[in-house]
Design a binder for this molecule. Sequence first.
Ligand code: SAH
Ligand code: SF4
Length: 359
Amino acid sequence: MQSIKALPLDELTARLAELGEPGYRAKQIVEWLYLRRVRDFSAMSNLPVALRERLAQEFDDRPLEVVTKTGSHDTTQKFLFRLRDGQLIETVLIPASPALYGSAADRRTLCVSSQVGCAYGCKFCASGLDGWKRNLDADEIVDQLLAVEAASGERVNNIVFMGMGEPLANYENLLRAITIINAPWGPGIGARHITVSTSGIVPRIRELADQPLQIRLAISLHGATDSVRDQIMPINQKYPLEELLDACEYFRSKKKQKITFEYILIQGVNDSPDDARELAKITRRLEAKVNVIPYNSVDGLDWLRPSEPEQDEFMAVLHRGAASATIRREKGHDIAAACGQLRLQTERKIPVAADGGVN
Ligand code: SAH
Ligand code: SF4
């Protein structure tokens, strides 16, 4: 059954026309869903009862199920959701943090997942540890926003696709979800407040550049040379650094926003002064910004974060190279670390059966 929250207004209007309903019904429905935030058809009181029943037969309106919620109003809040087939995903709500994405006035950033698991197998990342399970549908992306706002009582004004999964590997559903999240008839989050992060799927970066929305792009760089990236990110063998940087240049030529490079600092892997100099060079060339994130340890992986003096030294070399760079040290704000790990811990406690049902 198709989910109602996967349909942009024009498609919903067309579907309702097939059911013999006038165009204004679709507007009424999206108003209930995204403005008044009701969660099921039965509460849409200005629709005839017969239509509400018909909608319930045609479309799925079930919201995401909250499994756990941790954190409080002024800290990072983490949500673990169960999907219709029993799979688990996580979403993280981060309070005001000027150093993060978007402008200093941003109040609440939501870090959303785009897939269950991840196929890209970066060596340092919890999301890929158990491989890839499936893509999220558009409604499962949109609903992370609605469900977090409902459960937290907070309004989100910034979205980053930095949860579990590789968003550009789920391109169609990603764009569909962004269309809905950005729409004036929907949650209405501005494109400049939506950041898509990728490990470097070059053709998709070019496609993203060609579509009209002014969304932001973050690149999980983590290495400023092919030899470093090859060591920790298998995708670099398919799309090596120069091809990735060319695609970034293309993106930049098409959009007004600066690109952000994410750079996790891992001891002995990518944290030398030479690495910092190479990173500065790339950053200057792309007129990008760098977000340096000290590595967060993951159960079962041996990578380490450098000491604070080592981190400071790396930043100093980066700044000497005239790179625009910030370091994100606050533990609670470490969105990336939050994503992927929570699910893994829970999944190992509550195994998901092969058929998708929870045991
Ligand atoms: N797949 C996309 C979107 C996920 S973003 C991408 O890789 O860009 C998640 C971010 O968290 C990525 O930059 C990822 O490299 C980073 N990350 C993964 N594991 C981490 C860890 N243990 N500590 C800090 N950052 C981590
Ligand atoms: Fe996947 Fe991104 Fe993690 Fe790499 S860093 S395994 S692409 S989620």
